[in-house]
Design a protein around this ligand. Structure first.
Ligand code: 13P
Ligand code: SF4
Length: 305
């Protein structure tokens, strides 16, 4: 059954000159058919380098596909399930950012790429968990409005002398909020030889209890280069799927089996095939919002080099 759908996907992809981009949190069946798999920054860079393709199928959440659309306004960007939203991205509405900018007119604005395009158009730049500190240092201002993730903001605050002002108060990822220091302690007891890694979307006390705090792409690289054999992974569960398929011979333990980003799992092989066949659902933004947001996306890409 799956094999025939995979054959259909391959055929349609060729016919339509399409590329499938997927985030590291996608389920195995999607990871296996993706042309490119990565973290948010890697996906953004890849989306800026697809001049030769006519169609993109984006297996990730809304803000990721929107960023691909901002970079490629003339291409069709499809998302297999249109309900695949990142709840955190919707925690910072445009009005709240504009109000914070009014209150802090001397501050620069960095938005996590996990934000809606209506907010992105008012940012000086964007960041991901892979480049947030570097991006903060790239701005001239000493004060920085940073949102929507308060934990990534706190992570940056630890590593810079600039003042990070979180906006909105309480912006978070519900998946990474599931991790507690007790989970880190339990895993250390169970696997004393493991290096314990978490994502900077985790609470600060969890970050402090871990050995490394890394983006999903950073985790892959770190594990590949490490001589250690065992690792505890404090992020969404399918990151382990990605690491296992690429780096054999390592022992990986999830910090929590139940750390699942529900909307990332909405995409299926059937929906990928149907998206290619019907050229829908398509991610589209009003053209003025897309063109105004491009400045911040481009600033991040330039500053990441
Ligand atoms: P990465 O950029 O590290 O892949 O993180 C994306 C994300 O949404 C984490 O929850
Ligand atoms: Fe958004 Fe959290 Fe899912 Fe990442 S894991 S896409 S931040 S809800």
């Amino acid at each position: 059954m799956n094999n025939s759908i995979i054959d259909e996907i391959k055929k349609l992809k060729e016919e339509k000159n399409a590329i499938i981009l997927a985030h590291n949190y996608q389920p195995k069946e999607i990871q296996d058919i993706a042309d490119f798999l990565g973290d948010s920054l890697e996906l953004c860079i890849k989306a800026s380098e697809i001049e030769d393709k006519d169609l993109v199928v984006f297996c990730g959440v809304d803000f990721m596909a929107e960023t691909a659309h901002i970079l490629n306004p003339d291409k069709k960007i499809l998302i297999p399930d249109i309900e695949a939203e990142c709840p955190m991205a919707h925690m910072l509405p445009e009005e709240e950012l504009l109000k914070a900018k009014e209150e802090h007119p001397d501050a620069g604005v960095i938005l996590y790429v996990n934000s809606i395009a209506e907010a992105k158009q008012h940012a000086d730049t964007l960041c991901t968990s892979a480049n947030a500190v570097k991006i903060a240092e790239s701005l001239n201002q000493d004060k920085i409005l940073f949102g929507p993730d308060n934990n990534l903001g706190a992570h940056v605050q630890e590593k810079t002398d600039k003042e990070i002002i979180p906006v909105p108060k309480g912006g978070h990822c519900y998946v990474h909020k599931l991790f507690h220091v007790e989970d880190v302690e339990l895993k250390r007891e169970q696997h004393p030889n493991a290096i314990v890694i978490c994502h900077p979307e985790c609470n600060m006390d969890v970050q402090e209890a871990c050995d490394e705090v890394l983006s999903t792409g950073g985790m892959l690289k770190f594990i590949e280069e490490s001589e250690n054999e065992e690792f505890v992974i404090g992020t969404e569960i399918d990151m382990i799927t990605r690491i296992n398929s690429e780096i054999p011979g390592k022992k990986l333990y999830p910090m929590l089996e139940g750390a699942i980003c529900e909307t990332m799992k909405l995409h299926t092989l059937e929906k990928v095939r149907d998206a290619l066949k019907n050229e829908a659902p398509e991610i589209k933004l009003p053209s003025d919002i897309a063109s105004k947001s491009l400045k911040a996306v481009q600033h991040m890409l330039d500053a990441s080099n």
